[in-house]
Write a protein that binds this ligand. Sequence first.
Ligand code: NAP
Length: 302
Amino acid sequence: MYDIIIIGGGPAGLTAATYARRAGKTVLCIEKSGFGGQITWSPKVENFPSVESISGMELGDLMMAQAEHQGAEFELDEVLEIIDCGAVKQVKTEFGGVFEAKAVIVATGAKPKMAGIPDEESYLGAGLCFCALCDGAFYKGRPAAVYGGGNSALQDAVLLSDLCSKVYLIHRRSTFRGEAKLVQALEKKSNVEFVTESTVSALSGDGELRSITVTDAAGNKREIEVDALFVAIGHAPDNAAFAQLLELDSAGYAESGEDCYTKTPGVFVAGDCRKKTVRQLTTACADGSAAALAACKYIDEL
Ligand code: NAP
């Protein structure tokens, strides 16, 4: 039996693993797709303290190497269920694994919703982006597009309009779901063009994104040259499998305080899967450390 099982191997989970190991606890970190999480999609990370510039993939590798160096163990598998047996939690995985621990940290993240454009996965890290704050600076002086009509898309467009030569804001409806104040701010920008009642139907490039095709409600197609498409059509947390043990809000995020405790003793949440206002690399790491220390305290008091 492990002291702590961490579900999710992104920055929150890997930071939790390092902290828990340094507190002397045995740790198993289970990740379903790739250690490093969302950050591995960022071509460059320049907002992580102490590191001037690093690829997200490299940063993810470093975080994993650090946790491994501290003695954490890893499994690449999908957790399907956590069974709460009181002082022992059973974690069941897709490949038939049944692992036990005294505490579990759920750090499953939240995935930006993909737009469903053909071939979109091949442009990840090559012009298809999900975070203007993280990646906008790489497209300074170049044309970019934002896809979506909520506050995230509007805020992304505002941020990019100060960096990019031109910003196309593409939205499927004629009115925006996001705040009118942001729409008005964008209307005043000379380098922002609204492309409404349109969807992005194709991506083209030579390994890097070079243009997008938008299709309007009447079926007319237009090719727009851009070096980046920032998709901002919402996020989806990955908590559904644990709904019985966590209190989820209407969007599926796990309710918890800053201490990362949940309604189930011995089950903690960390990172983007948690209900919170700022979802950044640094806040995910902060959650990882808080959740690990909370889990250690819980175990020590058992
Ligand atoms: P959101 O409000 O759910 O907006 C998503 C947008 O994407 C909508 O305009 C939606 O179009 C569009 N969309 C959804 N699926 C699509 C698809 N398959 N293809 C094309 N377009 C699609 O998401 P969000 O902007 O990420 O915001 C999430 C929550 O965080 C919201 O409550 C938002 O207010 C909040 N937020 C707040 C702030 C702030 O500073 N206060 C900043 C960011 C986000 P339709 O409108 O047609 O449905």
